[in-house]
Design a binder for this molecule. Structure first.
Ligand SMILES: Nc1ncnc2c1ncn2[C@@H]1O[C@H](COP(=O)(O)OP(=O)(O)OP(=O)(O)O)[C@@H](O)[C@H]1O
Ligand SMILES: [Mg+2]
Length: 354
């Protein structure tokens, strides 16, 4: 009887100590805390059982106190060990977030510790990365926007000062001033459109329509410029192609692509719009016989303010394709650029078929 009770008591204590040590190896906080709770219940119970046994069979208070102190100490050590591993991991995230809050966008949290804290650190780091990308884009946007706004403003200021000083007659500068105002208002319109796309404030009125009228109307829109540049315009449209789209927005996309194509095609070249449809989507491609696209242009041309050759295409702000992408994606379509077979560029977009 005594031997059995002794074996049970020592066994309980041994298991308690072993579990206390193993607790920190458990992978999740929930498991660690649950196991700790079990241990906290089982240990005193074991101690009570042990004490009862000691009292009834030996009547020795010192031994009871020793057993209780030993149990309590084991529980406290286990709790401290577990708490430390959790607290260290959380401190890592807290330190990183304090650095981020102080403006250091490169701050990252160590992704160790129990699963829940590691997942928290991982998503914190992803948030840091997105924030950094966002800030870089914003900084670039503001830099380019202010540069592009400043240029026409400086031109206008110079012309107005020349007029005020009597160095030129108004009729000499009025057309140029009008042109600069045009450049400015186009830029402001583009920035406004991009802001609407970014804010998700773009409300598209989607209709199921044939695509052909939009293509014809866009081609009419650039006909004069094509004639002036002596570039041949062509269209090959699947007349039955119908899609779900907002006509004004898709015309804007097409106009942006056609303007680019014309701008990059030497005289006697040609620009063509090709429309093909499948069961799920309609694909519109604008092809030109210009210089084509280098790999950098192919990947970066849809970024806002990106211009391939700043000197040559200095007339544009580099927003046309960024707007086109925003509008196409708002329709649920895709837009991309590739080399045209036989030289030149080919910019394609898709619209969901109705
Ligand atoms: N058809 C094309 N052939 C060769 N390069 C092109 C073509 N279309 C676009 N690109 C390149 O992509 C860049 C970005 O085009 P995007 O339309 O966004 O800006 P942009 O035409 O320069 O200015 P904006 O459209 O704001 O007036 C252009 O500057 C040009 O370098
Ligand atoms: Mg453009």
């Amino acid at each position: 009887m005594i031997v059995t009770a002794l074996v049970v008591a020592v066994g309980t204590l041994g298991v308690g100590l072993g579990l206390a040590y193993l607790l920190r190896l458990l992978p999740t906080v929930r498991l660690q805390l649950a196991a700790l709770a079990v241990l906290a219940v089982v240990l005193p119970l074991g101690a009570v059982l042990l004490s009862g046994w000691v009292m009834f069979h030996m009547g020795d208070d010192k031994k009871i106190l020793a057993v209780m102190a030993l149990s309590a100490l084991t529980a406290i050590v286990a709790a401290l060990v577990v708490a430390r591993s959790i607290a260290d991991a959380i401190d890592g995230v807290a330190d990183a977030s304090a650095e981020l809050a102080a403006g250091d966008l490169s701050s990252r949290a160590p992704e160790g510790g129990p699963d829940e804290v590691a997942a928290l650190a991982k998503s914190f780091n992803e948030m840091g990365q997105s924030l950094r990308r966002l800030f870089d884009t914003r900084r670039e946007l503001v830099a380019w926007a202010s540069h592009d706004l400043r240029t026409p403003l400086a031109n206008m200021q110079a012309m107005l000062e020349a007029l005020e000083d009597g160095l030129a007659r108004p009729e000499e500068y009025v057309p140029a001033l009008r042109e600069q105002v045009g450049v400015l208002s186009e830029l402001v319109d583009d920035l406004f459109e991009l802001a609407r796309i970014d804010a998700g404030a773009l409300t598209l009125e989607l209709h199921e329509l044939p695509i052909e009228p939009v293509v014809s109307s866009s081609l009419r829109g650039v006909e004069a410029e094509a004639r002036m540049r002596r570039v041949h315009l062509a269209a090959s449209v699947d007349g039955a192609a119908r899609a779900r789209f907002a006509p004004m927005e898709v015309e804007r996309v097409l106009m942006n692509l056609l303007t680019n194509a014309l701008r990059h095609t030497p005289s006697d070249g040609s620009v063509a719009v090709r429309v093909e449809s499948s069961a799920s989507e309609v694909q519109v491609a604008v092809e030109d016989t210009g210089d084509g696209l280098d790999p950098e242009a192919r990947t970066r041309m849809f970024e806002r303010f990106w211009r391939g050759d700043r000197a040559r295409s200095s007339r544009g702000a580099g927003l046309g394709l960024a707007i086109a992408r925003g509008l196409v994606e708002a329709h649920g379509g895709r837009i991309w650029a590739e080399e045209r077979e036989g030289g030149g560029a080919r910019v394609c977009f898709t619209l969901p078929a109705s």
